[in-house]
Write a protein of this length. Structure first.
Lengths: 331, 534
């Protein structure tokens, strides 16, 4: 196959991949809709959840309440969703690989925003699938599949670019290392951020629940999202995984590459500034988790701010400061 | 680290428990201030301030990042600019207020590390804590009965916990491991300081300079040979490494592929350099991503362009100038702009200004460069190039004592040379010279010949004495961080008691970091002691 054919294949396969994410999303929505008619017998007590913010998460976290009951219909929808996600990931991977093969000479497919987004989304979904069993991530399914679908479509429609060759400055093994690490960290931070958002949503919901006298415990989505303490812990674990990788990408590999390419390892270029800001905010997140009174909600808020700075660096800097940044390759 | 949970680590400080209200006695007040400054909450707030403080530097152009953009911004915002100047917004990362944030953070950091290190060394040597009276209150707890003797159970437990530091008591075993987590945390925080030291060393004692050298030309590493030179605050120009280099050759490929037509690739320069007068001459090939290290300084290739070679003869027929002239590329087509100054010419000084087209052609009737290379005709570089110049006469203003750019003419005392337009009037004289062509200037001013095309490279020379320290610090920080995040400090206790002729075994565990989960280990241990094979 010629390079051009690989490029076309990459684009076509992405559409198929999108269709499967769509099926997966529908299946998971159906799963949760079906859940409404199933009572949540072991409803998560609001009291247990509140204690997460009080600093006793080791205790509540260790013995999660029994999983809410599920119906057979829910399970079969869940299986369909998971299956479709797996198929979508295979197509997604094929699309990424073809994109790399489409370039002449062959290269890693991370030289512009389109390609970065394509690969970053793949990391999010693969991360979710890898952790699915261990952490019982069924509650994250609609969020992840919906995210993958929306982001990929936006990527294909708004950011799509022809395959290009790299300029000399980008031809370095450090580009590969720096960008792989940045993409993995971004994918993981994104998973962590989703969890933090769910944490805040669920916390609001629990507060409403406990203040309203209507005792009806619906079997809806939020009642099946794990207890706050568990959300908090999962979020922490994902962030703890991502933070060192980000440290490596932004503060070690990046500077080494910059020194080779531009003769300075750190130059306060807007991209570098925002990579630094992201790092500091996530350091603050880890601190927040270790500070009494900041656990739980405050930490979740900090995590979301961190994710916002990360995405802003990726999207905002390129659009608003494009030419002012030496990193404008990724425009 | 104001931990309230049972068995919380004793590491860390009690600073968050400092009274909220400042005491009045001076010593107490100082202690209170120190405790506030070194509390975790203050660290958190300072981290946020640091992040927030870094933002303006990405929005307002910075003098030492892009001085041209900063200058343009100042011109465009004449009312705001002085205010911004006062606030240090054109140099955020060197400003007093930004420095204040990170210096406070570093003080807070030191105030945090020191007591924690002391506590840590004490804890390192400490024995595992006594078995708590009520194990059932711990987060992980299992109990079961077995037939073995209590002492046997305890012996098996100790054997199983051999990777722990253990202490045996009459009826129980206490075990602990994961001490290195705290060490990792301390190493990480200490390394932040090391990185800062490396960073500061570089910006105080380093330098960065840029210079344009024509192929065949020489450059000696002294401050006044640079086109631009940015020394660190404490840099002494006498410390410049005494090397000299010659740019022997420069190579570039411009793509002829339809997709990337004219994209430059594979460019490199061949250098010869000497680190001292009597040192052997060495050679190096430099290209993007591949600088050469000369005597502790790095020489980078950061740009390139054309230098048309011209010969100007004055009114008396004498050579007033001969050699390459640097024309700066204006865009990716390498259409280049430059000026030629000929102060030696008589009867009057001459100036030329105009454009160089590497490969000339018309696009839509417009004179254009149709290809950025000069090798469209193989073996005859510059065969299709064109040099298009306006001519000026008068005083170039070079004697005024005010330094002027070599890339522009000072028009104040120059007069543009005209020619008849054929309709009774005059128009500006424009010379369009192909390679080898000579044009005669009117009024006996002389002639100019376009001899050929040479090239120039833009080199950057920089030296950053702190970079190794910063890198080492960063790697150390990452190592410490990994330890701090992934080493799992934990305590395990086993207690035995005779009960109704059998042995009651209690197993309990405590994970001493937030987010840790010990259930798997405790299950394993319990299963082992119960002789269930899992
Ligand atoms: C440049 C400034 C700082 C950075 C980048 C930074 C970064 C970090 C990071 C990434 C962690 C997470 C490690 C973990 O979770 O085990 C951490 C933990 C910690 N930091 Fe800092 N820190 C800074 C300043 C400080 C200061 C000034 C203090 C003192 C008040 C401090 C006290 C602590 C403590 C006590 C922990 C342990 C938390 C735990 O037990 O999980 N840090 N820091």
């Amino acid at each position: 196959m010629s390079h051009d054919e690989f490029g076309t294949l990459s684009d076509q396969v992405l559409w198929i991949c999108g269709v499967f994410y769509f099926i997966a999303l529908l299946a998971h929505l159906a799963e949760w809709a079906a859940g409404r008619s199933v009572p949540v017998s072991a409803a998560v007590p609001a009291a247990g959840a509140r204690s997460a913010a009080g600093g006793t998460d080791t205790i509540t976290g260790a013995r999660p309440p029994a999983a809410p009951e599920r119906s057979e219909r829910m399970d079969s929808f869940a299986r369909v969703g998971l299956g479709a996600t797996r198929v979508a990931v295979v197509f997604h991977l094929v699309s990424v690989v073809c994109r790399g093969l489409a370039a002449d000479p062959i290269r890693v497919p991370w030289s512009n925003m389109y390609e970065f987004t394509l690969t970053g989304t793949l990391v999010v979904v693969v991360g979710y699938l890898v952790l699915f069993k261990k952490y019982q991530l069924g509650w994250l399914s609609p969020v992840v599949t919906g995210f993958a679908l929306v982001v990929l479509m936006a990527d294909a429609l708004l950011l799509h670019q022809r395959v290009g060759t790299l300029t000399d400055a980008l031809e370095s093994p450090w580009l590969v290392i720096h960008v792989i690490a940045a993409i993995i960290a971004t994918g993981a931070f994104t998973l962590g951020g989703m969890t933090s958002v769910l944490y805040l949503v669920k916390e609001r919901w629990l507060e409403k629940q406990s203040s309203s006298t209507a005792a009806a415990a619906p079997g809806g989505y939020l009642s099946r999202v794990p207890a706050l303490a568990q959300l908090d812990r999962f979020s922490y674990q994902v962030h703890a995984f991502a933070f060192p990788i980000w440290t490596f990408a932004a503060l070690i590999a990046g500077p080494i590459w910059a020194r080779q390419a531009w003769g300075r390892y750190w130059g306060w270029d807007p991209k570098e500034v925002w990579a630094f800001i992201t790092w500091v905010v996530y350091a603050a997140y880890l601190h927040a988790r270790a500070t009494a009174g900041w656990k739980g909600r405050a930490a979740a808020v900090v995590a979301i701010i961190g994710l916002a700075t990360l995405w802003f660096n990726f999207v905002g800097i390129n659009f608003f400061f494009g030419s002012g940044s030496q990193h404008s390759y990724s425009k | 680290m104001a931990e309230q949970r049972p068995g919380a680590p004793e590491f860390g400080n009690d600073r968050d428990r400092a009274p909220e209200v400042a005491p009045l006695a001076p010593v107490a007040f100082l202690r209170w201030t120190w405790r506030q400054l070194t509390s975790m909450k203050t660290a958190l707030i300072l981290l946020f301030l640091l992040a927030l403080g870094a933002v303006p530097g990405s929005v307002v152009p910075q003098d030492n990042v892009d001085s041209v953009a900063a200058g343009r911004w100042r011109e465009a915002h004449s009312t705001l600019a002085p205010v911004y100047e006062k606030l240090g917004l054109f140099n955020v990362y060197g400003s007093a207020w930004f420095s204040a944030i990170y210096i406070l953070l570093m003080i807070s950091l030191v105030g945090c590390i020191l007591p924690r290190t002391r506590v840590y060394f004490r804890a390192m040597r400490a024995r595992p804590p006594r078995t708590p009276a009520n194990l059932a209150r711990l987060p992980e707890y299992r109990s079961f009965t077995v037939d073995q003797e209590p002492a046997d159970v305890l012996a098996r437990a100790r054997e199983r916990l051999s990777s722990y530091r253990t202490d045996g008591y009459e009826d129980s075993v206490s075990a602990e491991r994961g001490y290195l987590r705290e060490a990792g945390n301390l190493v990480f925080h200490l390394s932040v300081l090391i990185v800062l030291v490396g960073f500061a060393t570089g910006s105080l004692f380093g330098y960065k300079g840029g210079v344009v050298v024509v192929t065949g030309g020489q450059f000696a590493n002294v401050a006044n040979q640079y086109d631009e030179f940015v020394p660190g605050k404490l840099f002494d120009p006498a410390d410049l490494a005494p090397f000299a280099l010659t740019v022997k050759d420069f190579h570039v490929d411009f793509s002829t592929d339809a997709d990337e037509f004219g994209m430059a690739s594979d460019f490199y320069a061949d250098l010869e350099y000497q680190t001292a007068f009597d040192a052997p001459t060495r050679t190096a090939r430099i290209s993007v991503n591949h600088p050469v290290d000369v005597d502790g300084a790095q020489v980078y290739l950061i740009g390139h362009g054309y230098a048309p070679v011209v010969t100007v003869r004055d009114g008396k027929g004498e050579i007033a100038y001969s050699g390459p002239v640097i024309f700066l590329p204006q865009d990716t087509s390498f259409l280049s702009e430059g000026v030629i100054k000929v102060p030696e010419a008589s009867p009057s000084q001459l100036g030329f200004g105009g454009l160089f087209f590497p490969t000339y052609g018309l696009i839509g009737g417009q004179p254009s460069t149709i290809y950025p290379g000069i090798d469209a005709v193989p073996g005859d570089p510059g065969a299709d190039s064109l040099l298009s110049l306006f001519v000026y006469r008068g005083d170039l203003g070079l004697d005024s004592g005010i330094p002027q750019s070599v890339y522009s003419l000072d028009m104040s005392k120059l007069e543009q040379v005209k020619k008849a337009d054929g309709k009774g009037g005059t128009k500006n004289l424009r010379l369009d010279l192909a390679k080898g062509a000579t044009a005669t200037l009117p009024d006996g001013l002389g002639t100019i010949t376009f001899d050929g095309v040479s090239r120039f490279v833009k080199l950057q020379v920089s030296s950053n004495p702190g970079e190794k320290v910063a890198l080492a610090g960063m790697i150390l920080a990452l190592t410490g961080l990994l330890g701090s995040l992934f080493i799992r400090p934990r305590r395990v206790w086993v207690r035995v008691r005779r009960q109704d002729g059998r042995t009651l075994v209690e197993v309990a565990g405590l994970h001493r970091s937030s987010g840790g989960d010990l259930s798997g280990e405790i299950d394993d241990l319990a299963a082992h002691l119960e002789d269930r094979t899992t």
